[in-house]
Design a protein around this ligand. Structure first.
Ligand code: FAD
Length: 491
């Protein structure tokens, strides 16, 4: 079954505890800070039911018709279909939304790759992951990711901190485990469920820990409290915030105040080996849709910079063309990494098809680490007017005649289009929301050091080692064996 937008909205009426701007939210779907992004997610559901879009967004199996976004990838064609489906979605929405479910569901496929480890701990845990992956396909929930604990002062051992700084199990009951702590999560206030697991952390030599827990938590379960950061969507005139007013994906500190997680929703508990496996392979699939979003961010930057160059007649200057070419190289670099990761995809331990890990992770580093540079290149190309242009209300007001005079460029470009382009460019590159999105890209799928660690662990060093061994005539005493721990070798 693929849900409709209306069914998704109905599911949010589960009495969930959401706070924003110091107040409890009565209705998530209609609160002005959340309504636009909730509507975008509802639109994603509805698109699957529209005659023209449905063939691109769905596939069928013995149980019925399902979303391509929830389909575990088995072939290169599956990946190309996911890419085309995302293209259709973002073109329809007219902007970039990242935490839409497709970008987090891959974390569960990674866990299934480690199913033998889970089965070794407790066969029920391995069955739980199989059943949940199937449930996501069949029931089509909106699924997000919960990794990051507040953590506290890490110069102290965890026993010397407030124990709630890292999610922990406080009690086992016949029904399940009771968890306590908090996580930072994008989109949790308007999602159905989160896959919760330990944060990036150094497990030492301990074999068991109360913090080593991985499970599904329902976002409306008793004891789950969503304390949202300040929103961008409902602040100011949407004409001045054309992106933030539609695509603000609200983050929350999600507090778990003694939340019961039924045994059937637990994937692992106590065993640090399972937690290590999860952290080592978490973004094996989900890095793909994450990086793919940046292709559209790059298109937005190229688009605003090029329209601006055309409006102002600067497009013909060679120096301006070179700066535009820099943006194109960034964009095509992202596309090349994604395309190559499909072309050279690798079988996973559980029989799925992983994008080529070394290429995908290298692409993630390139796309994320170069974004600040590219945003600045686009900002510089557009010039100072993105930060000095008066807001839309001024164009309507008494002084509007002066603004229309100085913002009209020629017969084709009137003041209204000039203002709209500059407002869009500002919200993409210069506004508070633009800065927030930059932080999102740098952190939301783990921070930079973790991205580099993924590259280090997935790259096969044996090629360069062997090459230099021969080129430098090193003796046979030195060993250039591969240190590649991914795929079957890592299982
Ligand atoms: C906009 C946004 C959205 C987010 N959405 C989600 C979400 O949906 N789900 C979720 O679980 N989390 C989410 N996060 C949280 C994100 O995963 C964390 O911010 C990230 O993991 C870093 O954790 P931290 O902020 O506690 O930083 P810290 O762990 O305090 O690290 C701060 C900095 O210290 C340095 N550092 C720390 N440890 C090391 C190390 N071992 N090696 C090298 N350098 C190190 C790095 O420079 C690092 O960036 C989001 C964050 C942002 C900003």
């Amino acid at each position: 079954m693929i849900r409709t937008g209306a069914q998704y909205l109905e599911g949010l009426k589960d009495g969930r505890e959401v706070y924003i701007d110091g107040e409890r939210v009565k209705d998530v779907a209609s609160h002005p800070a959340l309504a636009p992004i909730v509507a975008a997610k509802a639109r994603m559901y509805d698109l699957h039911h529209e005659a023209e879009a449905a063939p691109k967004l769905t596939y069928s199996d013995a149980d019925g018709i399902h979303s391509v976004f929830q389909q575990p990838p088995r072939t290169q064609e599956d990946w190309h279909r996911k890419w085309a489906a995302l293209d259709l979605l973002l073109q329809d929405l007219g902007g970039v939304a990242t935490r839409m479910g497709d970008e987090t569901i891959g974390e569960m496929w990674s866990l299934q790759d480690g199913r033998d480890i889970l089965a070794g701990i407790d066969p029920r845990f391995a069955d739980n992951i199989d059943r949940h992956i199937r449930d996501v396909i069949v029931k089509d929930p909106f699924h997000v990711s919960a990794n990051t604990d507040p953590k506290g002062d890490r110069s102290r051992p965890i026993e010397q901190r407030d124990p709630d700084m890292m999610i922990r199990v406080t009690k086992e009951t016949d029904k399940g485990v009771i968890i306590r702590g908090a996580k930072f999560e994008t989109a949790a206030p308007y999602a159905d469920q989160a896959y919760l697991k330990p944060t990036v952390g150094a497990w030492t030599d301990e074999k068991e820990s109360i913090h080593a827990v991985g499970c599904i938590v329902r976002m409306g379960a008793p004891g789950v409290k969503h304390i949202c950061r300040a929103g961008f969507a409902h602040v100011g005139d949407p004409r001045d915030n054309p992106i933030a007013s539609r695509f603000d994906e609200v983050e929350a500190l999600v507090v778990f105040d003694d939340v019961l997680v039924p045994w059937e929703d637990v994937f692992f508990y106590r065993h640090t080996r399972a937690a290590q496996q999860v952290r080592a392979t978490l973004h094996r699939y989900s890095a793909f849709p994450y990086v793919l979003r940046l292709l559209y961010v790059a298109d937005a930057m190229i688009g605003v910079a090029m329209w601006n160059a055309r409006q102002t007649g600067l497009e013909k200057l060679q120096a301006v063309q070179e700066k535009l070419a820099d943006l194109v190289c960034y964009r095509e670099g992202i596309r090349a990494h994604l395309a190559a990761s499909i072309a050279l995809a690798e079988p996973s331990p559980a029989g799925l098809l992983m994008p080529n890990q070394s290429i995908l992770y290298a692409g993630r580093v390139m796309a994320c680490s170069q974004l600040p540079v590219m945003m600045h290149a686009a900002r510089e190309l557009i010039g100072g007017q993105i930060c000095v242009t008066p807001d839309a209300a001024q164009f309507d007001g008494e002084a509007g005649q002066w603004l229309r005079k100085f913002y009209t460029l020629n017969d084709q470009w009137d003041a209204d289009d000039r203002r709209k382009l500059l407002a869009y460019a500002r919200d993409l590159l210069n506004s508070g929301y633009a800065g927030h999105r930059l932080a999102f890209v740098q952190f939301a799928q783990a921070p930079h050091f973790n991205h580099l660690a993924a590259v280090y662990k997935s790259f096969d060093f044996s090629g360069p080692l062997d090459f230099v061994k021969r080129a430098a005539s090193l003796s046979d005493k030195v060993d250039g064996a591969s240190v590649k721990p991914v795929g079957k070798a890592a299982a």
